[in-house]
Write a protein that binds this ligand. Structure first.
Ligand SMILES: [Zn+2]
Length: 464
């Protein structure tokens, strides 16, 4: 029954993935990248930014997730009380940790203030269209150019450009009234003070949206639409922020470096190569610039040069798990899975068994075609999907490993789970039905397969 329970918890994320392949078929050809970006390094950093704030808000037990949305415009919002959504554009446009932390503090203010309850009622009725429209954009999705990279990291994510029409839907769903905005500002500043942080970054960010005539004139920025920012509000925020003893507190240089590394990575994966080189020219020998260039070099097919650059990064930070992850990913995608295993093992160990990296290691082990690795791959992948149950890659690789072992019941079940997470209900049901015929009735595998057969499609999903 585990899966059926999960069904109700399956989220905007899964729904959005589903919609990308189902009813929006007219757009599907344009919409290449997934709507959500998965990357351990970026997620970990955002979790660390947000954890103290959530604790200070009394929300540390709610297990609130941070979801990075594949959109280049600035936006951050809470929609369902369990997740804070952040566009990758908000990371790119935040020059300091403190700026994005301030935005997270404000969003936590909405969460803590219960500003959701009314919206959740609206969402209960309109979840499908609204969340999807909000996440994917009812307008055009402009595809990225990374079709070939189907592995972990940020690969496979196309840049989405949001067109106008869904702004109305967005506004209905996630816009707040003025009083709620002011309350969220006040709560956000309180959380920052309580954690010994400055609200300067929050003020800087919001001021940019108020004063910048470009944003005002364009009127298209989703954050401004959902969080109205009249000048008086920003003035009040400034007064509160300046009165804090932490106003002038600077970000820790080590944290600033990690922030810059994540921004460099996002740029390298999401932006055009000429843009990447413009931001990070070869004259810049800082670590973030070298990181960006190493990634873009591998993405554009020069494996040998990419590996040399990655090795240079490893020399500077020999305990950075994400450099080994990148090395492994580059080798794996460069059709050298056997060579990818050692760096991925190192990345798994240095990251304390980050499940997305384990999935990459599992994928490398499977891709070697070496049966000696099959049992290990199964063990690693099972551990990974147990902790990271929304990433289809883990189940897809698990299915291949079971297939290699000749365990076709488990292979069908894992394939069904992968299809289900991709939102392909029809395939999920077919595979789960077949799995049921291969398991003995009532065994755990049979029950899981039965759950998938019986699962109701997520709202808005194609039920055929
Ligand atoms: Zn707000």
């Amino acid at each position: 029954m585990a899966l059926r329970k999960k069904t109700s918890k399956l989220t905007a994320v899964a729904t959005a993935v589903a919609l990308a392949v189902a009813p929006m078929s007219a757009l599907a050809q344009q919409a290449k990248g997934p709507p959500v970006i998965r990357d351990t390094e970026a997620e970990q950093l955002l979790r660390e930014y947000t954890r103290p704030i959530l604790r200070s808000a009394g929300l540390e037990k709610q297990n609130i997730q941070i979801v990075i949305i594949n959109e280049s415009v600035f936006n951050a919002f809470v929609a369902d009380g369990r997740r804070i959504f952040v566009n990758y554009g908000a990371m790119m446009q935040s020059e300091t940790p403190n700026q994005i932390i301030g935005v997270m503090a404000h969003e936590t203010g909405h969460l803590a203030g219960g500003h959701l309850s009314k919206m959740r009622e609206q969402m209960a009725q309109a979840q499908t269209q609204m969340i999807i429209a909000m996440l994917l954009g009812a307008g055009a999705m402009v595809a990225g150019s990374r079709g070939g990279n189907s592995n972990g990291g940020l690969a496979n994510a196309g840049a989405a450009v949001v067109a106008g029409p869904q702004e109305m839907i967005r506004r209905t769903l996630i816009s707040y009234v003025r009083q709620q905005e002011e309350n969220a500002d006040r709560a956000g500043v309180k959380f920052l003070n309580a954690t010994g942080q400055s609200a300067k970054g929050m003020y800087e960010t919001f001021k940019r949206f108020t004063n910048d005539s470009l944003f005002a004139a364009r009127g298209a920025d989703p954050y401004v639409q959902s969080h109205p920012m009249p000048a008086e509000r920003v003035a009040a925020l400034e007064e509160m922020a300046r009165s804090s003893p932490y106003w002038d507190k600077k970000d820790d240089p080590a944290l600033q470096l990690r922030h810059d590394m994540v921004r460099a990575k996002i740029s390298a994966f999401m932006e055009r190569q000429d843009t990447v080189y413009r931001r990070y020219p070869s004259s810049n020998d800082g670590l973030p610039a070298r990181y960006a260039r190493a990634i873009t070099t591998y993405l554009h097919g020069d494996l040998r040069s990419a590996l040399a650059q990655i090795d240079g990064l490893i020399q500077v930070q020999p305990n950075n798990p994400y450099f080994y992850e990148l090395r492994g990913q580059a080798l794996l995608e460069g059709a050298k899975p056997a060579e990818a295993i050692a760096p991925l093992r190192k990345a798994v160990s240095l990251s304390n068994n980050a499940p997305l990296i384990e999935m990459l290691l599992g994928q490398a082990l499977v891709a070697t075609d070496n049966k000696a690795y099959t049992e290990e791959a199964i063990a690693i992948l099972r551990a990974a999907v147990a902790r990271e149950s929304e990433a289809p890659l883990g189940y897809a690789q698990l299915a291949m490993a079971y297939g290699r072992k000749g365990d076709f019941a488990q292979a069908d079940l894992a394939s069904a789970q992968a299809a289900y997470l991709r939102g392909d209900n029809k395939t999920a049901r077919e595979l789960a039905s077949r799995a049921k015929t291969r398991f003995a009735v009532g065994t755990p595998g049979w029950v899981k397969a039965d759950d998938i057969v019986a699962a109701k499609p997520l709202p808005g999903q194609n039920s055929n």
